[in-house]
Design a protein around this ligand. Structure first.
Ligand code: TYD
Length: 206
């Protein structure tokens, strides 16, 4: 594959979308082909699954069904959108990916990190990001930025603290594939740090 697969991860209210937009704008202005997408979603079936996963209408959804639906949406997303874009040489910027499942379902729901990861590896035929940018924020700060909480955002703070610790733990195991950024910095500071790391990934051509 000739493209690059860049994923943004982090807890609620970390400012991922703002930073994704800035990075996409920067790379596009340099003439690169950028595909921005998000999980759960990114395809018609994925968006339908997203509705089941996030709507407060399904408040009692079981933990295992939740994990399977995230993996199903991801498999569809990779097959229909991400792999074709990478094969065409694009830079894919994706809001959340497999580590969200490991953090939220594996650790947050305590379903087991390895099992949850294996599900997504199977669903995606093993596609992993070239670089994951983790925007780290204290959940009490992040959640205070959320206006109308969805089903997952409505979980207790302890759940979100487990998720944060999980992301930091995952990132610390593979420093070459992760950039951890303190999301309490200014938008411009964070964007500069991200641009620097992405430039390294693209071999100084970013
Ligand atoms: P979204 O509105 O996209 O949240 P955010 O703007 O914070 O990214 O909703 C995604 C929600 O789904 C978020 O609470 C994280 C959760 N999630 C999982 O629990 N597991 C997953 O595998 C993914 C992709 C997301």
């Amino acid at each position: 594959m000739t493209g690059y697969f860049i994923v943004f991860e982090g807890g609620e209210g970390a400012g991922k979308s703002t930073q994704e937009a800035l990075l996409a704008q920067e790379l596009t202005s340099e003439g690169k082909t950028v595909v921005r997408t998000r999980e759960p979603g990114g395809t018609p079936a994925g968006e339908a699954i997203r509705n089941v996963l996030l709507s407060n209408e399904y408040a009692g959804l079981s933990d295992r069904a939740e994990a399977l639906l995230f993996a199903a949406a991801r498999g569809e997303h990779v097959k229909q959108v991400i792999r074709p874009a990478l094969e065409a040489g694009a830079i894919v910027i994706c809001d959340r990916y497999l580590d969200s499942s490991v953090a939220y379902q594996g650790y947050g729901r305590e379903l087991g990190a390895d099992r949850v990861r294996d599900l997504s590896v199977w669903a995606t035929e093993g596609l992993l990001p070239d670089l994951t940018i983790l925007l780290d924020v204290d959940p009490s700060v992040g959640l205070s930025r959320v206006e109308s909480p969805d089903r997952l955002e409505s979980e207790p703070i302890e759940y979100h603290q487990r998720v944060r610790a999980a992301f930091l733990d995952i990132a610390s195991r593979e420093p070459d594939r992760y950039l951890v950024v303190d999301a309490s910095g200014s938008v411009e500071e964070i964007a500069t740090t991200i641009r620097g790391r992405v430039a390294e990934l693209l071999g100084g051509n970013a």
